[in-house]
Design a protein around this ligand. Structure first.
Ligand code: NAD
Length: 339
């Protein structure tokens, strides 16, 4: 009989509830401990999710618990210390995006985790509509164009106030998801050009970014990001995608339909996410994608294989992200691999 993997969650803030719900839902894993430097928050969280052990310091938790992995759901500035600590204890790590606030720090994190398995908790590619789109895109031939868009005026600062004060905002917070999707659908990038803007005067970072990618395959892609777009339909946190190949196009629409147009005609596939019980507000596709990415993590641990969004893989997503910042700052095309 195989034993359950023993996991512990570090960080019991806004997003961690989705991680915890997914761990409880999945088979073959037990959430044995939680940790938050705010002990009261950790205690309340443990009570909500029926977790027995509570800590206010990760060092103490790693000393006292026998763990197969830690799940880090803290903000990016804390990741390097926490990943290195877990790796020193020989404990595998799943870590929230963005992996780090700079590319240099992200590279150092991946280096520090050489002896364990490190996966970045990159959930957008695990949304049901994205999996379905990837499947149907195979019938379009080699893709020559992609558009990946996230445009909203949702008050994201209410649940995540730090996003209003971070000097770098939308490319680092949402851009990482969309660049990961660009890689998922279209492969790697050769050069990019990015423009950013800060429309909301009450925040520190950029809330609008438009990025043109020139892929190594020869395809072009546009990645569009905005938290300043008041539109007829508020779609937060939906991402709309259009892919085109020589044999046709596939468009993921706002009502979660995938419209495939080929010489044979037009076909619609329903890609509505399964909304898990207890899903708050507009988050529709998100909890299911969290469940999917965490299931993938367990399968990788079980089979001893590298996760799709391993630390090393995620460095390519971060090269796009920080390359986009450099392009916006310098007003020039940036060649990837030279950062
Ligand atoms: N994938 C998604 O869709 C998605 C959505 C929201 C947030 N996130 C990511 O999740 C991460 C957390 O975001 P959040 O909004 O939940 O943040 P948060 O600030 O609400 O929660 C972070 C928690 O971590 C705790 N913490 C910080 N440092 C710690 C340490 N060293 N040891 C123990 N606890 C510590 C804090 O006390 C806090 O309770 C961020 O990286 C964010 O980008 C991802």
């Amino acid at each position: 009989m195989t034993q359950d993997f023993r996991g512990a969650l570090i960080g019991c803030g806004f997003f961690a509830q989705h991680h915890a719900r997914a761990w409880l839902e999945l088979e073959g894993v037990e959430l044995v401990a939680v940790c938050d430097r705010n002990k009261a928050r950790a205690t309340a969280f443990a009570q909500t999710f029926g977790v027995l052990s509570v800590y206010d310091a990760a060092e103490t938790m790693l000393e006292h618990e026998t763990l197969d992995f830690v799940d880090i759901a803290t903000q990016a500035s804390t990741h390097s210390e926490l990943v290195a600590l877990a790796a020193r204890c020989g404990v595998n790590v799943i870590c929230q995006k963005p992996l780090a606030p700079t590319l240099e720090e992200a590279r150092a994190i991946v280096e520090s985790a050489q002896g364990v398995t490190l996966m970045v908790h990159e959930n957008f590619r695990w949304q049901r509509p994205m999996r379905e789109l990837k499947r149907v895109a195979a019938e379009l031939g080699p893709l020559f164009y992609g558009r990946i868009g996230f445009r909203s005026a949702y008050d994201v600062y209410a649940d995540q106030p730090y996003l209003a004060t971070d000097p770098r905002f939308i490319l680092l917070d949402v851009g990482v998801h969309l660049f990961d999707l660009a890689r998922f659908f279209l492969g790697e990038t050769e050069t990019l050009l990015c423009h950013t803007a800060r429309v909301n005067p009450n925040i520190a970072g950029e809330d609008v970014a438009t990025v043109l990618l020139n892929m190594t395959s020869g395809a072009h892609a546009v990645v569009e990001l905005s938290y300043a777009s008041r539109l007829e339909q508020e779609l937060f946190p939906q991402t709309l995608v259009q892919l085109e190949g020589p044999l046709g196009s596939a468009v993921l629409t706002a009502d979660y339909q995938i419209v495939v147009t080929t010489a044979q005609g037009v076909r619609r596939t329903d890609a509505t996410p399964h909304v898990l019980p207890g899903t708050p507000g507009p988050l529709t596709a998100i909890p299911e994608s969290v469940l999917n990415v965490q299931r993938h993590w367990l399968e990788c641990l079980q089979r001893g294989r590298m996760p799709d969004t391993s630390g090393a893989d995620n460095l390519k997503t971060l090269e796009l992200t920080f390359g986009a910042y450099r392009s916006a700052e310098e007003g020039e095309v940036v060649r990837l691999g030279k950062l």
